[in-house]
Design a protein around this ligand. Structure first.
Ligand code: 13P
Length: 255
C-alpha cells in the first residue's frame, strides 16, 4: 500500500535519556496515524530496544535501524544483524544512506546483501538513493539515480517490492540547509516512479512510497509533501527537535 511516512534518522546523535525524552515529547502531540500515514524513528542501535518499547502500544509509529550487517550471524565483530534489529522491535531498516555509501564504502553489491537479509528477516527496507552535487551540476542525476535503483532493487519481484520504501536524498541537500526545490524533488520522484513502473509495472509503481530527504524542516515540509510523487520525508537534523519533527509529522498527515 502506498503510504505517507515521516521518518526520523537520528544518525549518531542523542544519548539514551535524550532519545527517551524526545520520543515521549513526540508521543504527547502525535496526530492520529493510520496504515497510510506512518511515523518511523531510527535511533542509533543501542537505543533501538528502548525506542521500540516506548513506541509499542502506539499504532503506526515504528522503530527503525539505520543499518544492518550483510550476514545473518557469526564472527563479525562490531556488526549488528537484521535478525537482531527485528528482535529489538524494529519494523524498518534504512539501507544505502549516502553517509554509509561514502564513509563506509558500501557499494551497490553490499547494499543488495543488506536489503536481501533485511527482507528475509521480516524487516521493511527504506532504500536510499541520491546524487552528489557534481552529478547534479552535470545534469545527469536521472541516470545516476536510475542506476542505483536498477542495481539495488531490480532483482526483487513485485511481492518483495511491497516491503520497500525508496528515499531520494540528493547529497548536496543533506545537512546543508539547501533543500531541493519542490519542483526538483517532484521531477526526480516522478522519474523514480517511472523507473519502477518500467520494471515492475504501473500498479507496483503506484503503490511505491517515495520519500524525500535533505534539509526537510517544519517550514518546508508541506510544500515538499504536497508534490504528487513525494510521499513524505526522511529527516535528519530537524528530527532531533521535537517541535520541528512534530511540524513535519503534521505536514505529512495533512498532505
Ligand atoms: P538532514 O535532514 O539533516 O539534511 O539529513 C537528511 C538525511 O540524511 C536523512 O537521512
Amino acid at each position: 500500500m502506498r503510504k505517507k511516512i515521516a521518518a526520523a534518522n537520528w544518525k549518531m546523535n542523542l544519548l539514551q535519556n535524550e532519545g527517551k525524552a524526545l520520543i515521549n515529547q513526540l508521543l504527547a502531540t502525535l496526530p492520529p496515524l493510520s496504515e497510510a500515514r506512518q511515523v518511523v524513528i531510527a535511533p542509533p542501535f543501542v537505543q533501538l530496544s528502548q525506542a521500540a518499547q516506548l513506541l509499542s502500544g502506539h499504532a503506526h509509529i515504528h522503530a527503525a535501524a539505520q543499518n544492518c550487517a550483510t550476514e545473518q550471524s557469526g564472527a563479525y565483530t562490531g556488526e549488528v544483524s537484521a535478525g537482531m534489529v527485528k528482535d529489538a522491535g524494529a519494523a524498518y531498516v534504512i539501507i544505502g544512506h549516502s553517509e554509509r555509501r561514502e564513509y563506509y564504502q558500501e557499494d551497490n553489491a553490499t547494499l543488495v546483501k543488506k536489503s536481501d537479509i533485511a527482507l528475509a528477516n521480516g524487516l521493511q527496507v527504506i532504500f536510499c538513493c541520491g546524487e552528489p552535487l557534481s552529478i547534479r551540476d552535470e545534469g545527469t542525476q536521472n541516470n545516476y539515480v536510475e542506476t542505483q535503483i536498477r542495481e539495488g532493487l531490480f532483482h526483487y519481484d513485485a511481492a518483495q517490492l511491497k516491503n520497500i520504501v525508496i528515499a531520494y536524498e540528493p547529497i548536496w541537500a543533506i545537512g546543508t540547509g539547501r533543500t531541493a526545490s519542490a519542483a526538483q524533488a517532484q521531477e526526480m520522484h516522478a522519474h523514480i516512479r517511472s523507473v519502477i513502473a518500467g520494471k515492475f509495472g504501473h500498479d507496483a509503481a503506484a503503490d511505491m512510497s517515495i520519500l524525500y530527504g535533505g534539509s526537510v524542516k517544519a517550514a518546508n515540509a508541506k510544500e515538499l509533501f504536497s508534490c504528487p510523487d513525494v510521499d513524505g520525508g526522511l529527516v535528519g537534523g530537524a528530527s532531533l527537535v521535537a517541535e520541528e519533527f512534530t511540524g513535519i509529522i503534521d505536514a505529512m498527515v495533512n498532505c
